[in-house]
Design a protein around this ligand. Sequence first.
Ligand code: KIV
Length: 308
Amino acid sequence: MERKKMTVLTFQAKKERGEPITMLTAYDYPTALALEEAGIDAILVGDSLGMVVLGYETTLPVTMDDMIRHSQAVRRGAKTPLLIGDMPFLAYQADVAEAVRNAGRFLKEGGMDAVKLEGGREVVATVRAIADAGIPVMGHIGLTPQSIHKLGGFRTQGKTAAAARRLIEDAHALEEAGCFSIVLESVPEPVARLISQRLHIPTIGIGAGPGCDGQVLVTHDLLGLFDRFTPRFVKRYAELHAEMKRAFHAYIADVAAGTFPGPENSTPMGEAEWTALLAELEAAPANGRGPAALDVAESQVVGRRSNI
Ligand code: KIV
């Protein structure tokens, strides 16, 4: 059965029906296509791109142009899921008008349906301006990787009563400002559950327990493709880094042994065409030199061959 395109309305309807929302990240066409075919609800073109694809230590160096290029690739592979483009560091923090323009680029150039940005009360005016421009906004609170230096590392947030209260207030402020959904990253399970119960809009958890309305993971973590570290909250469903290495070793060994390419990987040529080509080259070499020159060149080739 053909699936209907996911929208912010179907997202909301899933929460109301109590059906968990599924979301994963993608940064390229083949992953987006596989997610489309697997039936995922939403794809986040996350700025985790910076770490798991571009090899940076943090997400901070990722640019708007990086995000747009990868959003376009994901859009080509995925038609049905809700597509969310992640606003990178400094695309929205400095100026509200610039934030609206950058959010708009995700829809106009990247083919996304919505954007996500990090932060609580401090981004409320920005969220409101983007939403007022007709662009659906997903919030992101708890562990916000763009503030890694302020937070002092990738650590769980909202562990004290005071910190949890601030998170709850932030979640309400974002809903009030017009977010259609909020990511809760690395917060204690009871706090995430409480926020999910109190909000009308769906929460999407990552390291926030099963009480959220949906779940997201970084696809490279889930597939075992990112070898640097795996957060405790990740469940690995495959070991693709090891599998890639196995395939690369096998290829290198085949080429070294001369067993690849085999006849099944090569294109043969009809005997008549091959004979005609040799005859033509004999009469008028392709390099424009005459038959005498060809003789010399041929003798060099033969000489080189005989050296092998
Ligand atoms: O960039 C990203 O992949 C994210 C998810 C971890 C939610 O923000």
